[in-house]
Design a protein around this ligand. Structure first.
Ligand code: BTN
Length: 265
């Protein structure tokens, strides 16, 4: 990807035993990681692409993936996969991206539960986690992450919702150095997750950077809509929402969408 300087950064930062595949172009790093997984690629394999022509977002949406300005990568996990716990791996990646961005770029971002990292109220990253259950083999998980880094033209419908990291950093950001730091943070956080197979050892840190914390949120689920105050996540990754009558609801990531009452955040 891009400059020699960036490549050298990656060479210095990434552990030599990590299987990282850099591609100029692919349909989607998640799709390519699945192909490689099905051919036997090892746990921890990472697929990175300069551009994607069929980048996937959540809920069947497209993830615009122009060349030269963003980070697009997918991480294959095979070890210790417990299907009912897999959704928590997304939160482990969120924390790792947030932490790496702070350390590498000096930019403080916040996590908007369940699925965004925000900078000044606008989204800078998206994660799509896909679990693959197989009949005669162990399940595996692919965590695909896209981070907006450099200035770019967003689609008109995203202009007020999306931003990029360099809008807040003093120095240009090396995508490879940032990738190496995200993977390092993820490895560390995955160990903490694996000790309890939940977020017991991570949720306090998560709540420190949770943009929803203490704010009024609107929860939309199949039963309807209600509002309450977000009190943070629990060790299962559920958002705790205090209702006006004092009851506390545990909101599961897969069931609802949460919006701040005022604007996007
Ligand atoms: C979202 O909708 O917020 C999730 C977007 C996830 C995008 C990333 S980019 C790398 C990986 N490959 C894909 O096709 N999607 C994910």
């Amino acid at each position: 990807m891009v400059s020699e300087k960036e490549e050298n950064g990656a060479m210095q930062e990434c552990p030599a035993d990590r299987n990282i595949i850099f591609l100029d172009s692919t349909d989607s790093t998640n799709i390519q990681a699945k192909r490689l997984a099905d051919e036997g690629a090892p746990h921890g394999t990472v697929v990175v692409a300069e551009t994607q022509h069929a980048g996937k977002g959540r809920a069947g949406r497209r993830w615009e993936s122009p060349a030269g300005c963003n980070l697009y990568f997918s991480l294959l996990l095979r070890e210790g996969i417990v299907p009912e716990k897999a959704s928590m791996l997304t939160l482990v990646m969120w924390l790792s991206v947030q932490e790496a961005v702070a350390v590498c770029c000096g930019v403080q971002t916040q996590i908007k539960w369940p699925n965004d990292i925000v900078l000044n109220g606008k989204k800078i990253a998206g994660i799509l986690t896909e679990m693959h259950l197989q009949e005669n083999a162990a399940p595996y998980v692919i965590i695909g992450t896209g981070v907006n880094i450099k200035a770019q033209d967003f689609l008109p419908e995203l202009e007020n919702k999306a931003t990029f990291l360099e809008s807040a950093s003093k120095e240009p950001i090396s995508r490879e150095v940032l990738l190496a730091k995200i993977l390092e943070c993820f490895d560390k956080n995955l160990v903490l997750f694996g000790k309890k197979m939940d977020l017991s050892l991570l949720y306090t840190t998560y709540n420190e950077v949770l943009v929803n914390l203490g704010r009024e949120v609107r929860v939309l689920d199949s039963a309807g809509e209600y509002t309450g105050t977000a009190e943070g996540i629990n060790k299962e990754g559920e958002l705790l929402v205090r209702l006006a009558d004092g009851r506390c609801k545990q909101v599961y990531a897969g069931e609802v969408s949460v919006r701040g009452i005022y604007g996007y955040v």
